[in-house]
Ligand binder design. Structure first.
Ligand code: ADP
Ligand code: MG
Length: 724
């Protein structure tokens, strides 16, 4: 293997442009020469055949040759270089080449009489077949054709395929160690895997005229050559996970024995008894905290299963042990709610809580930060701004991350690898992890499961109602709220435009305010006429009390204190109907609210619908969720609504969700732009993941040195994964 310091790409691009070539290669993930070996093609072009120019037809992708009959710059309709090629023998056969962007070098090459080999998509032009922006080169009559398919590599602006191809070729040829086998022969043979060198040779330069089956397998990345590469990638991932787990086991974290004083106080103050599941997971977490090894545990439990109280108990155990705790939530509203709830649960027991959020006034922020830094405050609650903006928690013992799935894998790994390594970590999520992710990106976590709901919950009745019947729903909600119930009314999701979403929220608020201001909304739901405010309590069932309905509004653009005030008014019962954007999607817990109306439910994802519906059914009252949908429905929208209608089990919903849209969303890679796996596909390569997991165990046992070499080959440039 090359011992030269990386990155050194001078060999590939000439010394003058060496530095910038290295930059461009870094942009496509190539940091060392040996990484080029694993820079694999996206697809291939067949340059091994020539179609006679006379037989070039529109609609095909072809390679052909001809002689330049004419080349000139034309100005209409816009500036362009147009070149007419003629067949060398059949002078009547022509092909037009059209370039809208071109350099003097193009004009120079396309001189009259030059023999040109071109490759591209043929379309019908005004003067017969033409190719826009073809690949081309000047050739002689006897210039040989390549005998292999031409790879097309992932690239970036200013990095041409030619340069990349040459760089890869050179990297492959420069050092045999780069393609040498590092895995034991026997391990490969038993799994029927190709050798590393064969797989690379094949993928960088496949032979032409493959059988239809082999070509399809190559394109779909199911060919044995791809299988070997994907296996290697997954094996590297498994090895790094195991390395990480092992490294964690050897690290020290504070031993949080606790005294039991605060946790006991909390258990006495809450108005309910822990469920058996809560007791069990609390026990698991409590045990971890005492071990002196950093905990990395995921607490999984469906929406409403009662994760917050478990987190609070864990926090108190840490605080009893003289440590600080950070509790982080993905939204301001949720963080604020946690803050209020914990304040009320813990008032008078001597736990100082600091509230931190991104939009706190500077002075309040500074005060909170100082209290934490001096150790006067024990418990920091806030949004992730808490961690991002350098708030120091000198005695941090435990970090709690609520709604972890909102943060994505990349963020989790970043957090894992940042200075939080000395603290215990508790992550919470209502979204069950798909099996493939549990085997891969989450395999280094321990998992606790809250598989029991607190008692006394009534199932939420879900109704699917066409938007056409919206007026009836307004009337029905009006009646229910006059009787003292409370409702969320979720605005339609408008993903393209936050501004439009805001306008919609404001308009909806105005509309409902108007609708509910009328003394009695006429609807088909009730035959009752307007009832006097002083209606006798004895006739409760028949006559709704004419309570005025206050309609509130909460959305992401509001100031945090306005948001908080609105949520509080809703929690107090001063607001009857709360018009809301998805800011209320996760975590919000207002047990008295028992109606959820979601407009244009067809636009929401399954996980979102489940989370939104989970905002109701938290108290003893019978709860309803009305999903208003607009017709016509797409197939996937119909599927989603069917699932949400038929089941309320979060795990089943997550399973269906995965079937409908795949695990990509869970990775959060889309937001972060970090490609976590380059070749393997978590959905399609489940069997390979299992093989790789077994192979990782085997390799670590039988040949740890080979495991290290393999990791270096695959992750040398991506140290983040093995850095413990
Ligand atoms: P989630 O798991 O979705 O975060 P929460 O922690 O918000 O759920 O709990 C949902 C509601 O259930 C809260 O109002 C909480 O106080 C209540 N709760 C939690 N545990 C119990 C229990 N054992 N018995 C009754 N109510 C409970
Ligand atoms: Mg919660």
């Amino acid at each position: 293997m090359s011992d030269r310091p990386a990155p050194t790409h001078k060999e590939a691009g000439g010394s003058a442009r060496g530095a910038s070539l290295a930059d461009k290669l870094a942009r496509v993930g190539v940091l060392r020469d040996e990484d080029l070996v694993l820079h694999l093609p996206l697809r291939y072009e067949d340059h091994t055949r020539l179609v006679p120019l006379a037989r070039v037809r529109a609609g095909a992708t072809v390679q052909t040759e001809g002689v330049v009959a004419n080349a000139e710059i034309q100005y209409r309709p816009r500036r362009q270089l147009v070149c007419l090629l003629r067949d060398a023998e059949r002078r009547d056969a022509t092909l037009t080449l059209r370039f809208f962007s071109f350099y003097p070098s193009h004009q120079k090459a396309l001189t009259q009489g030059a023999r040109i080999r071109v490759y591209g998509d043929v379309r019908d032009g005004y003067f017969g077949p033409e190719i826009v922006h073809p690949q081309f080169r000047v050739v002689h009559e006897d210039t040989p054709l390549p005998d292999r398919l031409t790879p097309v590599y992932p690239s970036t602006a200013g990095l041409s395929q030619d340069v990349l191809r040459k760089a890869v070729e050179r990297a492959l040829a420069a050092d045999a160690a780069r393609t040498a086998e590092v895995l034991p022969e026997d391990l490969l043979r038993r799994r029927d895997l190709w050798s590393f060198a064969d797989a690379l040779r094949f993928l960088h330069a496949p032979p032409p005229r493959l059988s239809a089956g082999a070509q399809k397998a190559l394109d779909e990345r199911t060919h044995p050559a791809w299988t070997r590469i994907k296996f290697d990638e997954l094996l590297a991932q498994q090895l790094s996970l195991k390395a990480h787990r092992k490294a964690r086991a050897s690290r020290r974290a504070p031993v949080l024995t606790g005294t039991g004083a605060l946790t006991r106080a909390l258990l006495e103050r809450i108005p309910f008894k822990l469920t058996r599941a809560q007791q069990r997971v609390w026990h698991e977490i409590g045990h971890d905290l005492r071990r002196g090894v950093p905990m990395q545990r995921l607490l999984q439990g469906d929406v409403g299963s009662g994760k917050t109280i478990v987190a609070a108990l864990a926090a108190l155990q840490a605080i009893e042990s003289g440590k600080q705790v950070a509790f982080m939530a993905p939204t301001e509203i949720l963080a604020e709610q946690h803050y209020r709830k914990l304040q009320s649960w813990l008032s008078g027991v001597g736990v100082e809580i600091a509230w931190l959020s991104g939009s706190l006034p500077a002075k309040a922020r500074r005060k909170a930060a100082e209290a934490l830094e001096s150790g006067a405050a024990h418990f920091a609650i806030g949004t992730h701004a808490l961690f991002q903006e350098g708030v120091a928690l000198p005695r941090l013992g435990l970090a709690i991350i609520d709604e972890q799935h909102r943060f994505g894998v990349a963020q989790r790994l970043a957090l894992r690898d940042k200075g939080m390594t000395e603290a215990h970590q508790l992550m919470m999520s209502a979204t069950p992890i798909p099996r493939t992710l549990a085997m891969t990106f989450y395999a280094d976590l321990d998992v606790s499961m809250l598989d029991e709901m607190p008692p006394g919950r009534t199932p939420v009745a879900t109704r699917l109602v066409s938007q056409r019947r919206r007026a009836e729903i307004i009337a029905w909600v009006g009646k229910a709220c006059r009787e003292g119930r409370q409702a969320y009314w979720v605005c339609p999701l408008i993903e393209e435009s936050e501004k439009l979403e805001l306008q919609t929220a404001v308009a909806l608020h105005a509309e409902l305010t108007r609708a509910f201001a009328a003394p009695e909304t006429q609807g088909p739901v009730s035959g009752a006429t307007a009832a006097p405010a002083t209606s006798s309590p004895g006739t409760l069932a028949a006559v709704p009390a004419a309570r005025p309905i206050v309609v509130g509004l909460v959305h992401g653009r509001m100031k945090p204190d306005e948001k908080a005030a609105t949520m509080e008014a809703f929690a107090r019962g001063d607001i009857g109907v709360l018009v809301a954007t998805t800011v209320i999607e996760v975590g919000v817990d207002i047990p008295n609210a028992s109606i959820m109306v979601i407009e244009h439910a067809e636009r929401f994802g399954l996980a979102q619908l489940h989370q939104l519906r989970g905002r109701v059914g938290r108290g003893a009252a019978e709860s309803s969720c009305v999903l208003l949908f607009e017709e016509p429905l797409t197939d996937t929208a119909r599927q989603r609504l069917k699932v949400i209608y038929e089941t309320s089990d979060g795990f089943e919903i997550a399973r269906q969700d995965l079937l409908i849209r795949g695990p990509g969303e869970f990775l959060g890679a889309r937001q972060s732009g970090v490609p976590l796996l380059r070749f393997a596909d978590l959905e399609r390569d489940v069997a390979l993941i299992e093989q790789a997991r077994d192979a990782a165990d085997e390799l670590l046992k039988t040949d740890p040195a080979a495991a290290m070499r393999h990791l270096d080959r695959w992750l040398g440039a991506r140290q983040a994964f093995i850095k413990a």
